[in-house]
Design a protein around this ligand. Structure first.
Ligand code: NDP
Ligand code: 8X3
Length: 251
């Protein structure tokens, strides 16, 4: 029988690439995001390979998260793998110029949203005494960079939640681990710079950034290890990147 994975933030970037790779490898999918049209298009494409269910909700809305996950049909109710991926940066400003709405968005989506989804799914995993949670952190959760302030804080929180979850769910045999990417070319910078595509493109110019498929590959590797092997915490950067602030660019 196929395993079932729920992926948040499946409509774009890392989540989308992971959904396609999982489908290629016979993992049934619950794909989540706010953009329904994208979820529907993906469902059409992926249903040729595996069973696919879509859930459209804003991860900031704890009632919607709970309701949508409670509404899962019987054949999608046993979730083996949770990919806590939905998230974004909003703004890149020095702390004194930061926009409070941006701060709220990052804390509410990257931290609280991840917790709401986990809270809804963990009881199902406990009931089965098995499950695997992958939290998508960031190099920004390992080191702070100038103007990254609140985004970095949100990803440091994911790092702490990842460690705490692993400890607390250890007694149930549930695996918990994080994948922490560096620079990956997705819609991430477009969201960070509020639709300014030119500014977003400059982030990935002059070097070869990671592709979402590179991260999907690592996530798939992590979820296909034998039961006794848990990838607890993994950092992956483009070769051109040595730290959040050091990227070797060709002129
Ligand atoms: P994208 O912007 O391409 O994708 C973000 C995804 O998150 C979308 O599917 C979006 O779906 C979903 N999302 C955002 N806000 C909400 C919300 N309020 N409710 C529900 N879903 C939401 O970015 P990435 O693929 O790059 O980002 C995925 C994860 O990877 C994030 O956690 C990010 O922090 C992390 N990351 C990214 C890096 C990068 O360089 N790109 C590096 C390190 C970590 P929709 O808009 O349809 O709701
Ligand atoms: C995304 C990586 O360096 O753009 O988490 O913050 S970075």
């Amino acid at each position: 029988m196929n395993k079932t994975a729920l992926i948040t933030g499946a409509t774009s970037g890392i989540g989308r690439a992971t959904a396609f790779l999982f489908a290629d490898n016979g993992i049934d999918l619950i794909i989540c995001g706010r953009r329904k049209e994208r979820l529907n298009e993906m469902q059409q494409a992926l249903s040729e390979k595996v069973k696919v269910h879509t859930l459209s909700f804003d991860i900031r809305d704890k009632n919607a998260v709970q309701e949508k996950i409670n509404s899962l049909p019987e054949n999608f109710n046993n979730i083996d793998i949770l990919i806590n991926n939905a998230g974004n940066a909003h703004g890149l400003d020095s702390i004194e110029n930061g926009d409070i709405d941006d701060w709220d968005a990052m804390i509410d989506i990257n931290v609280k949203g991840l917790l709401y989804v986990s809270k809804a799914i963990i009881p199902k995993m406990i009931a089965n005494n098995s499950g695997h949670i992958i939290n998508i952190g960031s190099t920004a959760g390992k080191e702070v960079y100038p103007n990254g302030n609140v985004y970095c804080a949100s990803k440091h929180a994911v790092d702490a939640v990842n460690q705490g979850m692993r400890m607390d769910l250890n007694k149930y045999g549930i695996k918990v681990g994080a994948v922490n990417p560096g620079l990956v070319e997705t819609e991430f910078s477009e969201v960070r710079f509020k639709g300014d595509t030119e500014k977003a493109e400059t982030v990935y110019k002059g070097f070869q950034p990671l592709k979402p498929e590179d991260i999907a590959d690592i996530i798939h590797f992590a979820v296909t290890r034998p039961y006794h092997v848990n990838i607890a915490d993994l950092i992956v950067m483009p070769t051109a990147q040595a730290s959040s602030t050091m990227v070797k660019k060709e002129l």
